[in-house]
Design a protein around this ligand. Structure first.
Ligand SMILES: Nc1nc2c(ncn2[C@@H]2O[C@H](COP(=O)(O)OP(=O)(O)OP(=O)(O)O)[C@@H](O)[C@H]2O)c(=O)[nH]1
Ligand SMILES: [Zn+2]
Length: 204
């Protein structure tokens, strides 16, 4: 989905003072943001995270998933490096929206896994589209990424838009008794790279 740039402001966080850039999808009115830190002009590949909205994990401390932990670790890593970008994409519940995610969680409470729950509700396992990232990066003049993700579909999707991914950086945090089954299903059904040893990662 195409987006247009709206405005930039400072965003002080416990990790560092970021710049927050706002973008809008003219067709849907959906709002996305990019947080950046450090020099955007250098052509050196930039540490980056594309993070899909998860209200429960990112803001409400849910332990059902790994989202909140990954968000915090990504911001921490960018701050540690002094340079990077986090694109926060408003595609809650892998694109099905918050209320459908609650419906999916209800089915999971009764034994379905994360993929089966989506399918029972009539959705594909993952409805996300990352095409807005291309416009956001182009607007900010960022050419090449060191992408923090365990998700092969993300890497493929971004590459297919012509975004250069110089490196895939694993982001393994937040495993706990409440999300163990969810993470195992991500690995077995969605193909996430969640093994401890990533050295022989064939895709990147
Ligand atoms: N439908 C559905 N969505 C979920 C569930 N658990 C988490 N999500 C959503 O999954 C998305 C997770 O996105 P990301 O943080 O980008 O993570 P990812 O695609 O798994 O890949 P990584 O980059 O490896 O973290 C968010 O939009 C969450 O709201 C679930 O059980 N069902
Ligand atoms: Zn989550």
């Amino acid at each position: 989905m195409a987006v247009r740039y709206i405005q930039t402001c400072r965003l002080p966080t416990p990790f560092g003072v970021f710049d927050m850039h706002g973008f809008e999808e003219p067709d849907t009115g959906k709002e996305h943001v990019a947080l950046t830190l450090g020099d955007l002009d250098s052509d050196e590949p930039m540490l980056a995270r594309t993070h899909s909205e998860c209200l429960t994990g990112d803001a409400l401390y849910s332990m059902r998933c790994d989202c909140g932990y990954q968000l915090e670790e990504a911001l921490r890593s960018i701050a540690r490096e002094g340079r990077g970008i986090l694109m926060y994409l408003r595609q809650e519940g892998r694109g099905i929206g918050l209320l459908n995610k609650i419906r999916a969680y209800h089915l999971q409470d009764q034994g379905a896994d994360t993929v089966e729950a989506n399918e029972r509700l009539g959705f594909a396992a993952d409805l996300r589209d990352y095409s807005m990232c291309k416009d956001m990066l182009q607007h900010l003049g960022i050419k090449s990424l060191r992408l923090m993700t365990n998700n092969p579909r993300k890497v493929k999707a971004l590459s297919s838009y012509g975004i250069a991914i110089a490196e895939r950086v694993p982001l393994h945090v937040g495993r706990n008794p409440h999300n163990e089954h969810y993470l195992d299903t991500k690995q077995s059904k969605l193909g996430h790279w969640l093994e401890t040893h990533q050295d022989d990662d064939p895709e990147v």
